[in-house]
Design a protein around this ligand. Structure first.
Ligand SMILES: NC(=O)c1ccc[n+]([C@@H]2O[C@H](COP(=O)([O-])OP(=O)(O)OC[C@H]3O[C@@H](n4cnc5c(N)ncnc54)[C@H](O)[C@@H]3O)[C@@H](O)[C@H]2O)c1
Length: 263
């Protein structure tokens, strides 16, 4: 479908990552205006370079864990002349990001409160602050929608044996935040309904990003489709949730996981 997102101005956090950058590309192809944001760094630079000169693309530096930055973000965008009607809470610390150079991935017993709380701050408090700012600056002014990003490991436990011998493991705080974010979705759905704003959660499955053959084999055995997802397959569902066609959906959790959660 061409122009699926015409008339949508989409604000997205963590947009330089594997999925975020795919969403940005696909949204622009479908006629949206995209307000991308991320931490400053190489991901942000690559994204800006890729879409430089596209009049439907703008980029703002944003750390979703820093309240002063979140409080200002929509006012900055509005002052620059665009009115976001779709917001994506996509930024997250995944377990991999907690591994320092040469530092092994911590076992549960060695997980520090600092690493746990840092993950909560970005994945959950950050998402709350974005939603709260959306409430203050957008909700009720024009019809709007929020998409929160969870994971196949939100409401299902991780299969710890598949991580044995891998350089990364499944991190406890990650699943905690991804379960929590759907709590935010269902809470807000009823709260915002009178002001014509909807909110849903997408729960992506395991997305291929250069994983080893052995890891692909292990995880694929848990997935009905028998393989990991391509980023564009998650984007297909994300674009629908951002579109006018999803207007009658609110408070829902949409699994895009090749059947992982149905077994
Ligand atoms: N890739 C997967 O297999 C998968 C599966 C399920 C869910 N998800 C979820 O999808 C979303 C995108 O994942 P991805 O695979 O693209 O991950 P990624 O690590 O490639 O991208 C995450 C992005 O978030 C940004 N980020 C981290 N901390 C931030 C902060 N404090 N403020 C702003 N931005 C910050 C990073 O800079 C990065 O660009 C995440 O919410 C993730 O949990 C991914």
């Amino acid at each position: 479908m061409a122009d699926q997102l015409k008339g949508r101005t989409i604000f997205i956090t963590g947009s330089g990552g594997v999925l975020g950058s795919t969403y940005v590309r696909r949204m622009l192809e479908q006629g949206a205006r995209v307000v991308a944001s991320d931490l400053p760094g190489h991901r942000a630079e690559a994204l800006k370079e890729r879409h430089a000169g596209n009049p439907d693309f703008r980029f703002y530096d944003l750390d979703v864990g820093v309240e002063e930055q979140v409080v200002e973000i929509f006012q900055r965008i509005l002052k620059d002349g665009w009115e976001p009607n779709v917001v994506l809470n996509n930024a997250a610390i995944t377990g991999e990001m907690l591994m320092g150079a040469g530092k092994p991935f911590p076992d549960f017993a060695d997980t520090t409160v600092a690493d746990f709380e840092r993950t909560l701050r970005t994945n959950l408090t950050g998402a709350f602050m974005i939603a709260r700012q959306m409430d203050r600056d957008i909700v009720g002014k024009w019809p709007a929608t929020l998409v929160n990003v969870a994971s196949m490991y939100a409401l299902n436990g991780a299969h710890h044996p598949i991580y044995e011998g891998m350089p990364f493991k499944n991190f406890s705080a990650y699943g905690v935040t991804k379960a929590g974010i759907h709590g935010l979705t269902v809470w807000l759905a009823g709260y915002w309904a009178p002001r014509k704003a909807t909110v849903n959660t997408i729960a992506p499955g395991a997305v291929f990003n250069g994983h080893s053959e052995e890891f692909q084999r292990r995880v694929s055995e848990l997935i009905m489709a028998g393989r990991m997802a391509q980023p564009d397959e998650i984007a297909d569902a994300m674009l629908f949730l951002c579109s006018a066609q999803a207007g009658y959906m609110t408070g829902q959790l949409v699994n895009v996981d090749g059947g992982f959660s149905a077994w």
